[in-house]
Design a protein around this ligand. Structure first.
Ligand code: COA
Length: 166
């Protein structure tokens, strides 16, 4: 893509832009079983420091975001098979419809992996609906599939992991 995109962590001053982008894209998330914005998670990025987000900016306009959850929850965390390892989770990734298919989600994910390394995590996990081709393609560039699981309402997810090399 012949345009410059900047990737950086999103702080409190971007909160309105974050929420505006998410609501403007609501109609583009037509498969609710693929992606349903987790507003509680968005709140936690800005209030509790429990999650960190990285954004993509075109001419200083926010066009894509993904979040790293520093304290992931779920029974599958224990099943990941690595005792005493620090685990974090990539979640809530989305890119403005107009910009999709240009490698932006992948670049954001690489920034999140750097962040995970800086925070001294050992393993990063991510869950993707197996039919969400775009998301699967992005994730499989860095992660390996571990197992098939179900999340709320029996929605399928492939659980992936990546071991951070320090
Ligand atoms: C998933 C999403 C974040 C990807 O963003 P993106 O910036 O377009 O991703 P990238 O450009 O880095 O990569 C997308 C890949 O999927 C491919 N792709 C996209 N749609 C596709 C389709 N319908 N069929 C086949 N391949 C497809 C692209 O060609 C690209 O592959 P490549 O890198 O091998 O060329 C974006 O599609 C999105 O916002 N979707 C809605 C929200 C969502 O589902 N989030 C994921 C939750 S786990």
């Amino acid at each position: 893509m012949g345009i410059n995109i900047d990737y950086r962590e999103i702080y409190k001053n971007e909160e309105i832009n974050y929420r505006n982008l998410l609501s403007s894209l609501e109609k583009s998330f037509h498969r609710k079983d693929f992606f349903f914005p987790d507003i509680v998670l968005v709140d936690s990025v800005f209030t509790e420091g429990f999650a960190k987000s990285v954004g993509a900016f075109h001419d200083n306009i926010l066009i894509g975001i993904t979040t790293l959850v520093l304290k992931p929850e779920g029974s599958y965390i224990k099943e990941i098979g690595e005792n005493n390892k620090k685990i974090c989770e990539v979640r809530n990734g989305f890119v403005d419809l107009k910009y999709r298919g240009n490698g932006i989600a992948y670049e954001i994910m690489k920034e999140l992996l750097k962040l995970a390394c800086n925070y001294e995590f050992d393993i990063v996990i991510v869950k993707v609906h197996p039919e969400n081709i775009a998301a699967v393609k992005v994730v499989e560039k860095e992660f390996v599939a571990v197992k098939n699981i179900y999340v709320a309402d029996n929605i399928p997810r492939t659980l992936y992991k990546k071991i951070i090399v320090k």
